[in-house]
Design a binder for this molecule. Structure first.
Ligand code: E4P
Length: 216
C-alpha cells in the first residue's frame, strides 16, 4: 500500500515529501477552503512539489460542467487527477474524461456497488470514505474489504484509495485488506511513526551512552 497525503497545506506536503514516503496528494473543496487561497494557484504549487497523482475536485454537479472543469484542472499539470463525486452525472463525466486520457478519482464512495460502477465507467481510483461510515455506526473497513474482493474476482484494475482516515488503525487495516493507497491527514502520518517503546528505547540508549562517556 502506498501513501498519499490528504491536505492542501504546502508545509504538510513538503514535510511528508521529505520522509520519502509520499506517492501523491488528495485535496477536496473543504481542505482548499481551509487554506484561504485561490484553488488553481494552490494546485499549481502542489504539482510543483509532488510528482505523483494530485487529486483536484470539481464543483459543478452536471456532467457537462464537470467535464469542462475537469479539462481545465487537468491542464494545470500532467499529474492532476480529476476528482468526481459518485453520482449518475459523475459517472458520465468519468466516462468522457477517461476517453480523453484524463485520470479520475471517484470520491464519496460508501459501498462496493458504487465502487464497481465507478471502475466500469473508467475511474483510475475509487475513494471509499472509512471515517464517515464509522461515524454513522457502519464498518467503513468492510467496504474496502468487499471492494478489493470484487475487483480481484473481476480483474478490475482501478486502484482503491482508503480515504477519510481518522487514526492509525485505519491505516493498518486498509493495508491488511489490500487498499492500494491510503490518503492520510498529516497528523495521522505523525502518529504512525510514534511508539512509546521507541521513545523509551531512545531515552535509555542515550542515558547509557552518556553514563559510559562519564566513565572514560
Ligand atoms: C479524500 O480524498 C477526502 O479528501 C478525505 O479523505 C475526506 O476525509 P474526511 O471525512 O476526514 O473529511
Amino acid at each position: 500500500m502506498k501513501f498519499f497525503i490528504d491536505t492542501a497545506n504546502l508545509d504538510e506536503i513538503k514535510k511528508a515529501k521529505e520522509l520519502g514516503i509520499l506517492a501523491g496528494v488528495t485535496t477536496n473543496p473543504s481542505l482548499v477552503a481551509k487554506e484561504g487561497v485561490p484553488f488553481h494557484k494552490r494546485l499549481e504549487e502542489i504539482t510543483e512539489i509532488v510528482t505523483g497523482s494530485v487529486s483536484a475536485e470539481v464543483i459543478r454537479e452536471d456532467a457537462e460542467g464537470m467535464i469542462e472543469e475537469g479539462k481545465k484542472l487537468a491542464a494545470i499539470a500532467p499529474n492532476i487527477t480529476v476528482k468526481i463525486p459518485m453520482t449518475l452525472e459523475g459517472l458520465k463525466a468519468v466516462n468522457t474524461l477517461t476517453s480523453l486520457n484524463i485520470k479520475t478519482n471517484v470520491t464519496l464512495i460508501f459501498n462496493a456497488n458504487q465502487a464497481l460502477l465507478a471502475a466500469r465507467a473508467g475511474a483510475t481510483y475509487v475513494s471509499p470514505f472509512l471515517g464517515r461510515l464509522d461515524d454513522i455506526g457502519h464498518l467503513g473497513m468492510d467496504v474496502v474489504d468487499t471492494i478489493r474482493t470484487i475487483f480481484d474476482k473481476h480483474q478490475v484494475h482501478t486502484k482503491i484509495i482508503a480515504a477519510s482516515i481518522r487514526h492509525t488503525m485505519h491505516v493498518t487495516e486498509a493495508a491488511r485488506l489490500g487498499a492500494h493507497i491510503a490518503t492520510v491527514p498529516y497528523g495521522v502520518l505523525e502518529q504512525l511513526v510514534k511508539h512509546p517503546l521507541t521513545e523509551q528505547g531512545i531515552e535509555k540508549f542515550l542515558a547509557d551512552w552518556n553514563q559510559a562517556q562519564h566513565r572514560v
